[in-house]
Unconditional design. Structure first.
Length: 148
């Protein structure tokens, strides 16, 4: 799909986040792998998802921090958005940071920038995920979503 402007992107992400909430309520694990060049919009998408989840703090790019956790509530239950940026690290390093344990919990959404670095591990462990590939085309954004 192609987004011509931020308004279209926000409209799509509102519905997309609603679907994520539904998955959480069904006790499904939610892992989103974001791919795309620098400036493609990965962080912008995740910020908007955070806003739609009701997260009050500003979701920031965790490029230097690596992993940010944002708590939120849904139907009186506690959840967390885990925003991870693998730009500066590899999958092995992430796995050493307690990631294996955290992805087993069903009350989390993982939004992982540069997610292609983790894709082989998730496939090997047969862990379901969605891959969101973003591409900047002039002022427009192209999004391709695949489920595994």
């Amino acid at each position: 799909m192609i987004f011509n402007n931020l308004k279209e992107t926000k409209r799509f992400l509102k519905k997309f986040t609603k679907d994520l909430k539904s998955e959480l309520q069904k006790k499904k694990r939610v892992i989103l792998l974001f791919q795309g060049h620098l400036g493609a919009g990965k962080t912008t998408f995740i910020k908007e998802i955070g806003k739609n989840l009701g997260i009050k703090s500003i979701v920031k790019s965790p490029t230097f921090i690596i992993w940010q956790i944002y708590p939120f509530r849904l139907n009186n239950l506690n959840y967390s958005l885990h925003h991870i940026d693998l730009y500066r690290i590899d999958a092995k390093t992430l796995l050493k940071l307690n990631f294996k344990k955290k992805i087993k919990e069903k009350n989390n959404i993982f939004a992982i920038e540069w997610g292609e670095k983790l894709e082989a591990y998730l496939k090997r462990k047969k862990i379901k995920f969605k891959k969101l590939h973003l591409e900047k085309i002039g002022k427009k954004r192209k999004l391709i979503i695949s489920s595994y």
